[in-house]
Design a protein around this ligand. Structure first.
Ligand code: ADP
Ligand code: 5GP
Length: 206
């Protein structure tokens, strides 16, 4: 058995369904979702400490200086960051950790934490992406435009990821991600020590 947990990084353009998929993944699996810090204002129904740790810009900058983040990025004029100590602690304890973060953040994590699994969520089409953001009702016409323009640019980074999941239905997407995680846990390089201990270096008793 591999003792350390798996770091699963999920990203993709805004509105593609990451939040919905992660919620479903957490319902069905014993994963731990990292709660990010952000300087953006809470949306209706969002709770401090549950959806995000809502910080002022000063508080966020203080944490940057203290190197408290595994990664951070500026997204749509606000800062977002992954608290480092929680994530590393959970991984050490063998917990599988999900980071739902933007593309810049994911690529930064990839540089420092190569053992992570990087999954990009794509919408079925750009038209459907627009519909989903509009139906979510969270954006002003101006921020909708910004998010759609960014989406085009962001999708070009899909090739830096290990896996791409087209989010047609939530059910199918969740099943695909669960399969990816299961396969990753069977990779020889991840269970190498265990194979050595139990088989390669195993001495048969006469
Ligand atoms: P993100 O976290 O990527 O910004 P959300 O999870 O908030 O995206 O999803 C954006 C909107 O699309 C939400 O209203 C959500 O209910 C809807 N949605 C997510 N996945 C699907 C899907 N597979 N089919 C239809 N609607 C979806
Ligand atoms: P939203 O404001 O819609 O909640 O999130 C905007 C974007 O910020 C999404 O793409 C989301 O994945 C990303 N995001 C959330 N938390 C983090 C984080 O800790 N780090 C980075 N780099 N991006 C994040």
């Amino acid at each position: 058995m591999n003792e350390k947990g798996l770091l699963i990084v999920i990203s993709g353009p805004s509105g593609t369904g990451k939040g919905t998929i992660c919620k479903e993944l957490l319902k069905r699996n014993d994963f731990w979702l990292s709660v990010s810090a952000t300087t953006r204002l809470p949306r209706d129904g969002e709770e401090n400490g549950k959806h995000y740790h809502f910080l002022t810009k000063e508080e966020f900058k203080d944490k940057i200086e203290k190197k408290d983040f595994l990664e951070y990025a500026e997204v749509y004029s606000n800062y977002y960051g992954t608290p480092k100590s929680y994530v590393l602690e959970k991984l050490e304890k063998g917990k599988d950790v999900i980071l739902e973060i933007d593309i810049q953040g994911a690529l930064n994590v990839k540089k420092t934490y190569k053992e992570g699994v990087f999954i990009f969520i794509l919408p079925p089409s750009m038209e459907e992406l627009k519909n989903r953001i509009v139906n979510r009702g969270s954006e002003t016409p101006e921020s909708l435009k910004t998010r759609l323009q960014s989406a085009h640019k962001e999708i070009s980074f899909v090739k830096e990821y290990n896996y791409a999941v087209i989010n047609d239905t939530v059910e199918e997407s969740v099943k695909k991600i669960e399969s990816i995680i299961l396969s990753e846990k069977c990779r020889v390089k991840r269970i190498n020590d265990e194979i050595d201990k139990n088989f390669i270096n195993f001495k048969c008793k006469e």
